[in-house]
Design a protein around this ligand. Sequence first.
Ligand code: GLA
Length: 362
Amino acid sequence: MQRIEKTEKVMPLKDAYKGKFLIGTILGVAALQGKVQQDTELATTHFTAITPENSLKPEAVQPREGEFRFAEGDKLVEICKSCGASAIGHTLLWHAQTARWMFEGQDGKPLTREVALTRMRTHIGTVVGHYKGKIKQWDVVNEAINDGPGILRPSPWLKAIGDDFIAEAFRVAHQADPKATLIYNDYNIELGYKRPKAVELLNKLLTQKVPVHAVGIQCHWRMDNPNFAEVEDAIKEYAALGLKVMITELDLGVLPTKYQGADIGFRQTMTPEQQAVMNGYTSGLPDSVAQAHAERYRQAFELFLRHQKTIGRVTFWGTHDGSSWLDNFPIRGRTDYPLLFDRQGKTKPAFFAVQNAAKKRG
Ligand code: GLA
């Protein structure tokens, strides 16, 4: 991996976004273990909110029943305190990145509602309780909506507990820290196929007086989608429910995701022909693409700024291009350029597009 040079002397992004909404980034496990200083430097210089990329996911916090690990989360809180940023909790309940024991019934039997509820309450209560007053926003439930038929994903939580697992999760989190902002977080809920499901789910929770305060739209976007008019409609619809909107995992990948209509599998090694099409910028991003990328970020942030009364936070999923998950998803081993800082930690045209959008707004 290339070494990142010292942070440039530019106006910090957080100065441009002061009084508008929190502007956030993430820190990976290595950064929270103190192994990559440069990521932390970018995070503390430019951002007012920091989410741990993996360290507070269920499998990281409770790998074995009753064994809670808080070292990296505690480090996050300490880093945030040192620079005045808000620490963001991600995530309490999810079907992925959860240790297998949590979904296994006793003696090989299916997981019962009672056992599942107890595990859920213990997990959420302990984690939110540990960070009471220190972590002010939590992604309580992640990705519970189904991409296919029906509203809810057939996750182990749904199967064991039933429809009310989401309401229960929020109630436990609220009890553990009544002041924390509680978020329902998901991907593609800004898009037409999934938005009505999210609206129905959130509406139902609000009608039942479940303490859900905000909806988190992940926003893993590309150059050619989504259409921003569709995103704007979604933000308005969520605002009309009385919810805050958090943009929780923003990135804007420049590489194609499909090869001539077909997907290249995550575990597949690309042929040289596929490499040429699907991983075209291994020796650097052409300026024309960097400019188009900046332009798309400008449009995105002008949209967010138009809705700054609704939007509480915009978080990027990565500090710089070299630390993005998109280098390995949906295809392994690529060189993508989704963020505001390059692999050396230097500002890209997209950085100035995002900064200027706020300055222009005044
Ligand atoms: C989802 C999760 C994140 C992260 C990303 C990509 O969006 O919410 O925690 O895992 O996928 O890595």
